[in-house]
Write a protein that binds this ligand. Structure first.
Ligand code: URA
Length: 434
């Protein structure tokens, strides 16, 4: 087979066979198909799509590009969660210690930042020393000994996704239902969890702009996981404004730590409880959503979830001093509030624009191997529905270069819409797909 023929076949709108998809993924993972051909193929998929059979084949080929873990010898039942990507979405950092604290072992494979959306791996790496490139044996040991592990794709775990994910980030090929479904579900199948909850984001700050698109993505992923013998449910949740208040790697870790200490923003805490309750129901450790929430709230309130987070940081090599005293996490040198140009109610916050502003500050990548600046980002001083006086701060920019700060200031002002009347409250959760 030749990669160019498969690019042309997809470009012309034909379905690839199972063998062709398996060959392409294996050859790319081995390095026999170069990035430029894979980028052209991804663009062809972006425009032409894939049917359900192709998407399932792609997912399985990507999952099988490395080890597919069976964790039943270390834990009878494990859980995992994945978000399709949003702005200010630090949910994994709180939700996973929370469910681990109620006795559900977590085996989680995450990704890096993608386009305007942040990634759990980049966030975790703000903690000095913390390693996410774990081999299969360390991953398994962490599940057995800590009951919580968050790792990245590696040379042995979903390597095809590691390569394709980084390529899509910088080639305009992220917002494709089959590519997102295969990327997410290949990681979930490879990491071995029995119960998986998917947080499928919809809105301006998500890769799926509408609830309808998010529903289609959710249904495809739930079907792939169910066919593979996993218990899967998806929540479709809103990305019409950033989640919580912090956007940017170390800033989000700080907000997650505050949340684990019981001082989290309401929308963020609510999302963690809703996703956690869904996992508890899938795992069969709670009879009703109310009973699941009560257990999760108790684990948050007692400090048990914080204790799990600390254990994970320590096991993965992170410097505990930096989580015990978050002032030691990377910190930007310039912090400047951006003032409201007029008084009014905040009626809209363009999450995508703010995500891109953080990339511009250095918090995301323009090229595959760009290093990122963990310290930069934004902290929202107002959310949708809040009243702000003229000159009051809308957000604080955390930057290390004055030029970048100057460029971002106007972007932040433009991202906020102010109106004379209070807006309708924004929904947080639209529906569940199971
Ligand atoms: N999350 C992933 O893991 N992959 C995508 O393609 C998008 C979000």
């Amino acid at each position: 087979m030749r990669a160019v023929d498969l690019i042309i076949k997809k470009r012309d709108g034909h379905a690839l066979s199972s063998d062709e998809i398996a060959w392409l993924i294996q050859s790319y993972t081995r390095g026999d198909v170069p990035d430029y051909q894979m980028a052209a193929w991804a663009m062809a998929v972006f425009f032409r799509g894939m049917d359900d059979r192709e998407t399932t084949d792609l997912t399985l080929a990507m999952a099988r590009s490395g080890d597919v873990l069976d964790l039943h010898d270390v834990a009878p039942l494990t859980v995992d969660k994945h978000s399709t990507g949003g702005v200010g979405d630090k949910t994994s950092l709180v939700l996973l210690p929370l469910v681990a604290a109620i006795g559900l072992p977590v085996a989680k494979m995450s990704g890096r930042g993608l386009g305007f959306s942040g990634g759990t791996l980049d966030k975790l790496e703000s903690i000095p020393g913390l390693r996410v490139d774990l081999d299969a044996a360390t991953f398994r040991r962490a599940v057995a000994e800590v009951g919580l592990v968050i790792a990245g794709q590696s040379a042995v775990l979903a390597p095809a996704d590691k390569q394709l994910y980084a390529l899509r980030d910088v080639t305009g090929t992220i917002e494709s239902i089959p590519l997102i479904a295969a990327s997410v579900m290949s990681k979930k199948l490879a990491a071995g969890a029995d119960c998986i909850v998917l947080d499928v984001k919809a809105g301006r700050g998500a890769f799926m702009a509408t609830v309808e698109q998010a529903r289609e993505l959710a249904q495809r992923m739930v079907a792939i996981g169910t066919r593979a013998g996993r218990r899967v449910a998806a929540l479709i949740t809103s990305m019409e404004q950033p989640l919580g208040r912090a956007i940017g790697n170390a800033l989000e870790v700080k907000e997650a730590i505050a949340t684990l200490h019981g001082q989290g923003p309401d929308d963020f805490v609510e999302l963690c409880l809703a996703l956690g309750a869904q996992l508890a129901l899938l795992a069969g450790v709670a009879e009703t959503p109310a009973a699941a929430r009560a257990r999760l709230q108790a684990a948050l309130g007692s400090g048990a979830a914080w204790h799990k987070f600390r254990q994970m940081v320590q096991y993965q090599g992170g410097d505990l001093r930096c989580v015990d005293d978050p002032a030691l996490l990377p910190e930007a040198t310039l912090k400047e509030p951006v003032a409201a140009p007029q008084a009014g109610y905040v009626s809209r916050i363009d999450a995508r624009e703010l995500g891109l502003a953080v990339v511009e500050l250095g918090g995301g990548r323009a090229r595959k191997d760009d290093p990122i600046d963990h310290s930069v980002g934004l902290v929202l001083e107002a959310k949708v529905g809040d009243w702000v006086a003229q000159g009051a701060p809308l957000a604080t920019v955390h930057a290390n270069h004055i030029e970048a700060l100057d460029r971002v200031r106007e972007r932040v002002v433009q991202a906020f819409a102010l109106s004379a009347r209070p807006p309708q409250p924004l929904p947080l959760i639209f529906e569940t797909v199971s």
